[in-house]
Design a binder for this molecule. Sequence first.
Ligand SMILES: [Zn+2]
Length: 320
Amino acid sequence: MEELRQRFKEVCTHEGIVVYDPVTENPELVETQILQSNHLFANNLIQEYKNEFCPKLPRVHFDFVKDHRLNAFAFYDPQTKCGFIGIRTGAVGLIYDLFYRIMSHPEVLPNLGNVGVERLRQPYCSEGIVDDFSKLSILGNNPGGRLAEVFPIDDERKRYAESLALIAIEFFVIHELAHLANGHCEYDNKISSIPLFIEAQSGKSKVGLMVKQYFEVVADAHASLWTWLKRLKNMSDDQMTARSLLEKGNSIVIRTQLLMTDWVLAIVLMFWLFDISTNPDSLHTADHPPAVLRGIWANVHVFGKGTSEIPGSIFRSMIR
Ligand SMILES: [Zn+2]
């Protein structure tokens, strides 16, 4: 694996992208711990995807990068015959920050967990959304870092925030895998001089904006179905019961609807987070469709098709 990391670094350095090195980070920071656990999560996910749905997928190396110009990227490297995925560390930080802050607010989902211990915390409640994690304030000087400052106080609410963050991160990773599995990266590579298939609203894609947007819709459809089918629709009875027990004050709980709510909350908020100033004109000017449309399409994919019984064969047929 070390030689793949070297190759990843080589390509990133050539493109002016800094690769995240956990060795140089403060292990006390919650941010460092979250990146570490998500690194493991992503590698397991890639293996699961390969084993269950796409045995022909080449070896894939996953790493985090520090570059505010992009959210993620993927590329297929003919030299090593391997796929590579990079995700911005700040993108992971923003996702956790958003869900922690939402769930630490005493008026949000008050039936969930013990909301009585939560309190309005400023400036975090009024801080709004930014596109760069490093622009968020860290006023409390908490040795655990920014994310430790905005934890919900109630453990159940904190765990719920983390479960939503994990759905969003999983969407991210599967979206990138779909670009690799469907040959989008190779296609792009043949046309473009840039070897990376980049997730950013640059509008500079060489393959043509409509083609690139089509690739994005395919990758989103893939990630939508995966995150819904694998993590929520197929939950065990025990997992469903544990989820239901988070709801306080409801004597009758419709479990499937709770799971749908969780999924929609995670995916729609993630799209909103990464493209706050949605511009409908981006259909004609950018290489990603407007975020609001992507959020709606993701829902259509899952609740238009996904809630009827989807056999694994249909999902597999989406991969070449
Ligand atoms: Zn994409």
